[in-house]
Design a protein around this ligand. Structure first.
Ligand SMILES: C[S@@+](CC[C@H](N)C(=O)[O-])C[C@H]1O[C@@H](n2cnc3c(N)ncnc32)[C@H](O)[C@@H]1O
Length: 288
């Protein structure tokens, strides 16, 4: 059954706004480190499997960032396939491009909402790894992905921030409290620590409705659990995407120091060597 445009617009109207711009990655270094952990590779390959990505395909990687997900796609599609990475952060893309010498990959700057205006259609697959929670209007991203796909093409994304990851949400709240403490110790005033607007946690059903509303058929979602070593979470808190939400207005290095120290304190206090986290996977097929 389809979803009415009215229902989609009602769901869009109540979306928490997110700050757009900048990669959210605080430079290549923390994210590169973070993505070296085994769970990152597993969760990335899982989306390739979930969307049945095959050798020879032409794939668009929305929110490609430092190109960590792009690398996995390139490996899967092989020399006969190709990948385009799209990201809103132009500066980040300059660095990302330097890491790739292959002829069958290129990077384009732009907002995912405008993808159908930026790129010519004809993709076998559009994928978005770990980025949908940062998009200003996820419905428009779904609609744009639909527009640039071939008939029979698949759009799929994975996202670690959504309603349904209660345990990690609780941990996030504990770390949030600790951040106030650490920030105070570093001489910041309470008013310097404000909750910004970067990460959005959507309901699974809203994502599914957006996919159906954009015209996708066979919409399916699944949740997979990964075990993240505590140390990888501490590194995650050095990335800008994690920290901007909490300390939007201070120097990025100081922000990264405060957040990673707070994460370390909470993990050590609770004697957590690793944390189990849910990731949501959603896919749909363009049939017309
Ligand atoms: C957490 S990173 C994920 C990077 C990579 N896909 C991965 O999984 O390793 C999210 C990326 O989405 C990008 N992004 C956020 N909003 C965007 C938008 N509106 N359009 C395009 N890219 C966006 C950010 O710049 C960032 O590079």
């Amino acid at each position: 059954m389809g979803v009415s445009a009215e229902k989609i617009n009602e769901q869009r109207a109540v979306l928490k706004p997110v700050v757009v711009g900048g990669s959210g990655l605080n430079g290549l270094a923390p994210y590169e480190l973070f993505s070296r952990y085994r769970w990152y590779g597993e969760s990335t390959i899982k989306l390739l499997d979930f969307c049945r990505i095959k050798a020879g395909e032409r794939v668009l990687d929305i929110g490609c960032g430092t190109g960590t997900s792009t690398k996995y796609i390139l490996k899967r599609v092989g020399l006969k396939g190709s990948v385009v990475g799209l990201d809103v952060d132009e500066r980040m893309l300059d660095d990302t491009r330097k890491k790739f010498g292959e002829d069958n990959v290129r990077f384009v700057a732009g907002d995912a909402r405008d993808v159908a205006r930026i790129l010519k259609p004809g993709y076998d697959a559009v994928l978005c790894f770990n980025g949908m929670h940062l998009m200003r209007d996820p419905y428009e991203v779904c609609a744009g992905a639909h527009d640039v796909l071939k008939t029979g093409g698949v759009f799929g994304f994975n996202v670690g921030f959504f309603h349904g990851d209660a345990e990690s949400h609780r941990l996030g709240i504990a770390i949030g409290r600790e951040i106030f403490k650490v920030a105070g110790e570093k001489g910041l005033k309470k008013e310097d620590v404000s909750v910004g607007q970067r990460i959005r946690r959507m309901r699974v059903g809203d994502y599914e409705d957006f996919m159906a509303g954009a015209g996708f058929k066979g919409v399916a979602s699944e949740i997979f659990e990964y075990e993240l070593p505590a140390e990888s979470l501490v590194i995650f808190f050095r990335t800008r995407g994690a920290s901007l939400d909490i300390l939007p207005d201070i120097d990025s290095n100081l922000r990264a120091d405060i957040l990673s120290a707070a994460a370390r304190n909470v993990l050590e206090k609770n004697d957590l060597k690793s944390v189990r986290r849910n990731w949501l996977y959603v896919r749909g097929v363009r049939t017309v």
